[in-house]
Design a protein. Structure first.
Length: 582
């Protein structure tokens, strides 16, 4: 699919009638006039002239280019170059771009270490940083360039807080690597670690896979968290449909960047802000896109966080409701066969949207940043003849989508399971209790986990971790050792989008606040029942209450700095793990 520039000045009302947006009622310099206009602002202008801006630049609309470029991972590495093309598009459309950078933490690189605790914390810091820059430098509009997992929801959160015209542009997927004649993604390497530990892969093959799995810039190549959230923002309307499907190293990405730079000026002149677009219907569209593509469970956390930013009434139960009615049609890794690059070749995320719109499973009247409705955007999609990635709506991979919300005596506020592939729908087994991820990983690689076990990894939630680490190292080690379909796992932490198997994450309330997961003892029998939407421990309420009556919270792992601040402010995973004043 190739994204095309929007029509200027046209919006579609919720009624479906086309209306022409007035072009003169919204001041394109609604923020920057305060900073750069008039005699009193001569000092401010002088600072900008010191770095090359002239008088002509400072009387144009000022567009902030929020970049999450970093040299610490491939996911965001290409964003420095992409920003130049976005800025070119802004200039050509009559604006003045001003680029600034923020942080980014790689989930994949920090996975399985103490550093992984910083990942979810970084979502809040990134959003805070962009918000502060937007408020302080009074940008009239903002384009946010994103790549790795947390940068995508963080950029959207900041846009919603600022509510100035803007959009999110995803840097794109990495190309698949090649190993022994077939395509591979980082999921294969994580699972290879477990296979090597179990004696099923040689050291030489592990090294060969390591050397070839990541061939260049771009975010992880399956329908893992980055590609899931990039698709979700297209369905939500904050990113132009089809832009995420253009891979990071595809030369067409340069044109996409320039067109997005022009588009933000069109949004500015029409006065269309993010909160105009992100309605309840738009959020349900986003959930449907995640479910239909077998996307990451992290989408639950991030979409809840976005909804909380603007007061849209969205609950964890809505994900189960929408997923139940949405068939799984995209055959994407980790549960399926294909990569995000394959989806792009098939026609892009819009092909998934076409399937859902034709079946009446998404709201076509929802507005998007292009100035067209979701239905109008979908009508422009061109599916590649003969593609095998996205199935027909009447021949889905599964009758319902990949997101399942379980409740029960272990998760009164809920937890999230992904059943996008061919996972079991039930499991009953003895608890193997671990107080932190490292201990579970050691057990998995030592071979002390047995078929039938239920691994319980606790004190890894938003407050307990802190930061809700992902458990891909553990789940991949289990899969690589051959136990992936013979054990189950539950945690108050998170899972990577690359995780597969019967795994329940985001168990809430978390252990650190005295949730029932804190009362589980070694050997307790735990049951997963996907059809009944239940996660329970076979212990009476009386016994659970007695155990919790003697429970005491552990000492905080951090007592100062950003991690301690996060613990003091973070909410439950069932609320999106957002930070807010208490």
């Amino acid at each position: 699919m190739r994204w095309k520039e929007p029509r200027a000045g046209r919006l579609r009302a919720a009624s479906g009638r086309v209306k022409v947006a007035p072009m003169t009622t919204f001041d394109p310099r609604h923020k920057s006039r305060t900073l750069y206009e008039g005699r009193d602002r001569a000092p401010a202008r002088s600072y900008m002239k010191a770095i090359g801006f002239g008088d002509a630049d400072l009387v144009r609309p000022i567009v902030g280019i929020a970049n999450t470029w970093t040299e610490t991972m491939p996911c965001n590495f290409g964003l420095r170059g992409l920003a130049e093309h976005v800025k070119r598009g802004v200039r050509d459309a009559g604006g003045t771009p001003m680029e600034f950078n923020t942080i980014a933490i790689s989930d994949g690189i920090t996975m399985g270490t103490e550093g992984m605790k910083t990942s979810l914390v970084s979502r809040e810091v990134i959003a805070d940083s962009i918000e502060l820059m937007g408020r302080g430098h009074m940008f009239d509009a903002v384009v946010v360039l994103v790549g790795c997992d947390k940068t995508i929801p963080a950029g959207a959160m900041a846009l919603l807080r600022l509510d100035v015209p803007g959009l999110v542009l995803y840097g794109g997927s990495i190309q698949p690597g090649r190993f022994q004649g077939h395509d591979v993604t980082i999921q294969d390497l994580f699972e290879a670690v477990g296979a090597n530990a179990a004696g099923k892969m040689t050291d030489a093959d592990l090294k060969d896979l390591e050397d070839h799995v990541c061939p260049g810039a771009g975010a992880c190549g399956g329908q893992f968290t980055a590609n899931t959230m990039a698709m979700a923002l297209e369905f939500l309307g904050l990113s132009p449909l089809g832009t995420a499907s253009v891979a990071a190293t595809d030369p067409a990405k340069e044109r996409v960047g320039a067109e997005c730079g022009a588009l933000v000026l069109d949004l500015l002149r029409r006065g269309v802000t993010p909160r105009t677009i992100t309605t309840r219907a738009a959020f349900e569209n986003a959930i449907a896109g995640v479910a239909a593509s077998g996307g990451s469970t992290n989408a639950v956390l991030h979409l809840l966080a976005l909804a909380r930013e603007i007061g849209v009434p969205l609950t964890i139960d809505d994900f189960d409701r929408v997923s139940r009615r949405t068939p799984l049609v995209a055959d994407l890794k980790p549960g399926g066969q294909y990569t995000a690059v394959d989806l792009g070749r098939a026609g892009g995320t819009g092909v998934v949207a076409q399937r859902l719109l034709a079946a009446g499973l998404v709201d076509g009247a929802a507005l998007t940043v292009s100035g067209r409705t979701f239905a109008e955007e979908v009508a422009r999609v061109r599916e590649t003849p003969g593609q095998m990635v996205v199935h027909a709506i009447d021949k889905p991979l599964k009758a319902s989508g990949g997101l399942v919300i379980l409740k029960g005596n272990l998760a009164p506020e809920g937890c999230v399971v992904k059943v996008a592939g061919h996972e079991r729908l039930s499991h009953r087994g003895p608890a193997r209790v671990f107080e932190r991820e490292e201990d579970a990983m050691a057990a998995a690689t030592r071979g002390t986990i047995r078929a039938g076990d239920v691994l319980v990894i606790r004190y890894e939630g938003p407050r307990g971790g802190p930061g809700m680490r992902e458990m891909l190292g553990v789940t991949a080690a289990l899969a690589g050792s051959g136990l992936g379909e013979q054990v189950a796992l539950l945690t108050d932490g998170r899972f990577s989008g690359a995780t597969r198997g019967l795994m329940a994450g985001h168990v809430a309330p978390e252990a650190a606040v005295g949730g029932p997961i804190a009362a589980i003892e070694e050997g307790d029998i735990i049951t997963f029942d996907i059809n009944a939407r239940r996660l329970d421990v076979e212990v009476s309420d009386t016994v659970l209450k007695a155990r919790l009556a003697t429970w005491r919270p552990p000492a905080p792992r951090y007592t100062s700095g950003v991690m301690a601040k996060y613990v003091a402010l973070v909410s439950s995973a069932a609320e999106g793990a957002i930070t807010r004043p208490r």
